[in-house]
Design a protein around this ligand. Structure first.
Ligand code: B1M
Length: 208
């Protein structure tokens, strides 16, 4: 009998080979891919997110868990596609124009994937035009921007204006070390999060 609790634990421990092995055996036993995803992988990443928020684990542990999740997802994804399982939302993410910092943005991206979002990562130094074009092309519900430099924060505001002018039905989220809730409110962003685990909660709220 497939042990989804052991799978969740393997994700929490960041044990990639065990997570992959347990995912394979659950599928071989005929367990639905969605059940493996929800009660194994996502259940594990939820615990990691909560521990990260409480400062019980730090960035390296989260990255190791995310790597285990990614390995198991590569086995699960073809089965999810076959079963027609839809992601809970489509999220476009990138770092503001002129800004090359991507460690926090990558962490947010991984946690969102861990929570069941489809994430299109545009990378770093992303212009307002690229955000708008990709949001349109990919039919995203959420656009997230990250900035680490005070000098690149205006790029976030510019992109936000461009997305609003394009009248796309997207919610806009912002984050990164110099960004605050007050700044997010001032520029009219729909959501702000100070860390990657909270970003997942905010994203879920925005699409609910
Ligand atoms: Co840069 N750098 N850096 N740097 N760098 C800072 C940011 C700086 C504060 C250092 C300092 O002076 N004390 C300073 C900025 C000062 C300012 O603007 N006020 C700075 C500077 C000045 C620069 C350069 C200009 C240096 C130079 O060349 N003279 C240059 C700029 C390059 C460019 O971007 N054009 C530069 C370059 C670099 C490296 C390339 C060497 C490297 C980046 C490597 C990389 O990212 N691949 C780097 C690094 C590593 C840093 C520090 C040391 C660490 C940043 C980091 O990754 N933090 C940083 C100093 C520091 O913070 N101690 C510094 C960890 C990361 C997990 O946190 O990104 O905040 P963070 O993400 C968090 C939250 O903010 C949130 O979730 C994450 C996880 O919980 N979050 C979101 C992030 N994005 C979110 C999006 C959301 C929601 C939440 O919704 C969409």
């Amino acid at each position: 009998m497939a042990d989804l609790k052991a799978l969740a634990d393997a994700i929490i421990e960041g044990n990639q080979s065990k997570a992959e092995e347990l995912t394979k055996s659950a599928l071989e036993e005929g367990m639905p891919a969605k059940e493996v995803l929800d009660n194994g992988l996502i259940a594990g990443m939820d615990v990691v997110g909560e521990r990260f928020k409480k400062n019980e684990v730090y960035i390296p542990e989260v990255l190791i868990s995310a790597r285990a999740m990614k390995g198991a997802m590569s086995i699960l994804e073809p089965e999810l596609t076959k079963a027609g399982v839809e992601p809970i939302g489509k999220f476009i993410i990138g770092t503001a124009q002129g800004d090359l910092h991507d460690i926090g943005k990558n962490l947010v991206s991984m946690m969102l994937k861990g929570a069941g979002f489809e994430v299109v990562d545009l990378g770093v130094d992303v212009s307002a035009e690229q955000f708008v074009e990709q949001a349109k092309e990919k039919g995203a519900q959420l656009v997230g921007m990250s900035a680490l430099l005070t000098t690149t924060m205006p790029g976030i505001e510019k992109t936000l204006k461009a997305l609003k002018e394009a009248a796309l039905p997207v919610k806009i989220m912002v984050g990164g070390a110099p960004i605050t809730q007050a700044y997010a409110d001032k520029i009219g962003a729909d959501g702000y999060a100070s860390d990657a685990a909270t970003a997942v909660d905010v994203a879920k709220e925005l699409i609910s």
